[in-house]
Design a protein around this ligand. Structure first.
Ligand SMILES: NC(=O)c1ccc[n+]([C@@H]2O[C@H](COP(=O)([O-])OP(=O)(O)OC[C@H]3O[C@@H](n4cnc5c(N)ncnc54)[C@H](OP(=O)(O)O)[C@@H]3O)[C@@H](O)[C@H]2O)c1
Length: 226
């Protein structure tokens, strides 16, 4: 029998425009786009957060969006917030370090000790998961084995999304489709990183559900790796 992977079950959830973008332009906060989500979809997002043990976004999303990543709009427990930041350079006044929910910052061994101390002083748990850079497979194992995270949702951005898919760590994708086109060849889209070289490398998705949530189309997929 195949050994089950030592990682949580991972859902990637994102709001995307009709042209697959996550924000208005490079460097812009996705909060601007999120204002146009139907209130019912906002509730879906927060209900999903409450169903998960932990939520992860990339450190650049923290710098640009300054997200709280808590459960609001409904009653429910906020998940553990997880931020991979190899050099521990999350701004010490970032909203994600608020006392509303536990926060884990995953860093590399090379992270400067003064920055690590500043994060600890703000109440964050600092997890060393890699030498030069955060190793996402190692982080997944530590979250499962040492922090009891059985279900993890990730909410972007595109760099984190690419690395998670590249390491075959994402099991499901749920997209909230926003009926806008923003354009821009360098506007962040759902998945960034490197292009693939051949059709054999395409990651295939199996559509398993689609529905309207308020006025927004929601699609749900299982991920099949080549
Ligand atoms: N519409 C939406 O649902 C949505 C959601 C989230 C974000 N966004 C948008 O996405 C944009 C930001 O995306 P982004 O691609 O620039 O950044 P990102 O994916 O949020 O963060 C990437 C950063 O995470 C850190 N990191 C640490 N370890 C990593 C690892 N193993 N793999 C990958 N990343 C790792 C790296 O920074 P270090 O080198 O410093 O560690 C990396 O540069 C913003 O405009 C934001 O508004 C949209």
């Amino acid at each position: 029998m195949a050994e089950s992977p030592k990682k949580p079950h991972v859902l990637m959830m994102s709001e995307i425009t009709a042209d697959g973008k996550l924000t208005l332009k490079r460097g812009a906060s996705s909060k601007i786009l999120m204002k146009y989500m139907d209130p019912a979809t906002e509730i879906l997002l927060h209900t999903t957060r409450a169903e998960y043990d932990a939520i992860m976004v990339g450190s650049n999303t923290i710098k640009i969006d300054n997200s709280y990543l808590t459960v609001r709009h409904i009653k429910g427990k906020s998940p553990i917030r997880v931020i991979p930041s190899s050099m521990a350079d999350i701004p010490p006044d970032a909203n994600v370090l608020s006392p509303d929910a536990p926060t884990i910052v995953a860093v590399a061994e090379k992270a400067p000790p003064d920055r690590v101390d500043a994060l600890r002083k703000k109440g964050a748990k600092v997890l060393v998961a890699g030498i030069d850079h955060v190793s996402l497979p190692l982080l997944m194992r530590l979250l499962l084995e040492e922090h009891g995270v059985k279900k993890l949702m990730i909410e972007g951005g595109p760099t984190l999304n690419w690395h998670m898919l590249h390491h075959r760590l994402v099991d499901e994708i749920r997209l909230i489709h926003l009926p806008f086109i923003v354009g821009g060849s360098d506007t962040p889209s759902l998945v960034g990183g490197m292009h693939i070289d051949s059709e054999q490398d395409m990651i295939r998705l199996v559509l398993k559900n689609h529905y309207l949530c308020g006025t927004n189309l929601v699609t749900e997929y299982d991920v099949l790796y080549p």
